[in-house]
Design a protein around this ligand. Structure first.
Ligand code: NAD
Length: 466
């Protein structure tokens, strides 16, 4: 049965934003105590609603309890703990130097909230990708309107309930619904928009934001390459790639989109990856409780079309009605193939042969900057060469995806894969404005800068400012 999300009343959207602006200007959200109290309330609410969240993720995407906890609920609880622990230190104004010409004076950078923010999330990690940015918004002292994806209706309903039970809607609220709700929200004069989703919609968001000069953080997608160098242990390499690719049935923005392998290693790598798929999900992944489902039957049909004409090394079976698509390896795929022209965002892994790393670098440089890049190599010169020549959001050497599961690294894209970053301290920074403040006493004044400007003043200024 298809479940639809209820749509927020479009005529109320402007009023909701106004309410939040009024709430924000009252100044409650600024104190450390308020922010920590709200983070604590969110933590308790997530813990209290955990069974409903896991059930909704199983209904929407067939996520196992392990995967749902590790990549969604546990991920968010970790971030809540980390940010709450460091918040008071991050909120301190940062003392910086003042140039001699402005002395006597002191200077500081003050971290201020942005104001009323809009957070829009996609369906693939529908809980984490809405709540994780919200943690940054609360920590930095903002109000927020949250718009979950309409394609994961069970999770959207739990999110709406959790937020409604926990926060004053004048401070934080959820607006459920489809594209029309997004469009109406994007017409409003927010102080920051944090968008996670496709590059196509990211462009629409940025265009709409330009009307109000609203700053945007865009967490987008793209084709993330995985490069396998000569001489690596293929069994472990295969295990790490297969884990990264088929987690959440390939519907992860930083999943390896395609693998580049030395021509002579293609068959052994394919065999090693097929072996790992069987180790993880058994002979028939359809029966595995640990293998997820696609978000819709349309996505299954689209991937079936994308696969046409390719050589299937293993997998390939699908059932659109059940939203099932087997973990699939495609052998010796050409750079020009349709599947190499768009983000796959599903459990199809094309393997492309190469002869030299120069060729790999040239091919990737021709394309839009990826969100992630993975290199399996034990050769320091090759590691250095790839990192020096290729631009991308973030990535790993000798693993896949785990660079996003640490609060110590910024997570975000580059160029076509997005702008801005978050997680840990970077979330606080993303939702803060750095206000510059220079303080001077009024009991002392240097007349140098005031007209008239005789020659001696110019001489002094040239001495001081060279
Ligand atoms: P999407 O861009 O279709 O949808 C994202 C959000 O935008 C949804 O809430 C949707 O309601 C809204 N939306 C859709 N069409 C719109 C329109 N015309 N105008 C205004 N709003 C609109 O993305 P998706 O299919 O939900 O998610 C998949 C994409 O998200 C992939 O490209 C993936 O790589 C990317 N993604 C990126 C990250 C990241 O952190 N960088 C994380 C997850 C997913």
């Amino acid at each position: 049965m298809t479940v639809h999300v209820p749509s927020a009343d479009l005529s109320q959207i402007a009023e909701r934003v106004e309410q939040q602006k009024a709430y924000y200007h009252r100044g409650h959200t600024r104190s450390l105590d308020f922010r920590l109290g709200q983070l604590k309330a969110l933590q308790r609410a997530v813990q209290r609603h955990e069974p409903e969240i896991l059930a909704a993720l199983a209904q929407d995407l067939g996520k196992s309890a392990f995967e749902a906890y590790a990549t969604e609920v546990g991920f968010v609880l970790d971030e809540l703990r980390f940010i709450s622990k460091h918040l008071s230190e991050w909120m301190q104004p940062e003392r910086v130097k003042t140039p001699l010409v402005h002395q006597p004076a002191s200077s500081e950078v003050v971290y201020e909230p942005r104001g009323v923010t809009l957070i829009i999330s996609p369906w693939n990690y529908p809980f984490q990708l809405l709540i994780d940015p919200l943690i940054g918004a609360i920590a930095a002292g903002n109000c927020a309107i949250l718009k979950p994806s309409e394609l994961t209706p069970h999770t959207s309903a739990v999110l709406a309930k959790l937020i409604q039970d926990t926060f004053d809607p004048a401070y934080i609220t959820v607006m459920e619904g489809g594209v029309e709700v997004n469009q109406a929200l994007l017409d409003q004069p927010f102080d920051l928009i944090f968008f996670t989703g496709s590059t196509r919609v990211g462009k629409i968001v940025m265009e709409k934001a330009a009307k109000h000069l609203t700053p945007v953080i865009l967490e987008l997608g793209g084709k993330s390459p995985c490069i396998v160098d000569r001489g690596v242990p293929l069994a472990l390499t295969a295990r790490r790639i297969v884990w990264g690719k088929f987690l959440n049935a390939g519907q992860t923005c930083v999943a390896p989109d395609y693998v580049l392998v030395p021509r002579e290693d293609m068959e052994p790598l394919l065999e090693a990856m097929a072996h790992e798929i069987q180790q993880f999900y058994g002979h028939d992944p359809h029966l595995s409780p640990d293998y997820g489902r696609l978000v819709s039957s349309e996505r299954v049909t689209h991937l079936q079309q994308l696969m046409q004409g390719e050589t299937v090394f293993c997998g390939g079976e699908s059932d659109a009605k059940a939203h099932y698509f087997a973990p699939t390896l495609l052998q010796d795929v050409d750079w020009q193939a349709p599947i190499m022209q768009e983000e796959i965002f599903g459990p199809l892994l094309p393997v492309v042969a190469y002869d030299t790393l120069d060729e790999v670098i040239a091919r990737i440089q021709e394309r839009s900057r990826p969100l992630a890049l993975y290199l399996f190599s034990e050769n320091p010169a090759h590691q250095e060469m790839i990192m020096r020549h290729l631009d991308f959001g973030g990535g790993c050497i000798n693993d896949a995806m785990i660079h996003l599961a640490t609060p110590h690294l910024p997570f975000g894209g580059n160029g076509g894969s997005g702008m801005g970053a978050y997680h840990g301290r970077y979330s606080f920074d993303a939702f803060s404005h750095r206000k510059a403040l220079l303080k001077r006493p009024l009991n002392l004044d240097m007349p140098l800068r005031y007209p008239p400007y005789p020659a001696w003043k110019e001489k002094v200024v040239r001495q001081v400012m060279k």
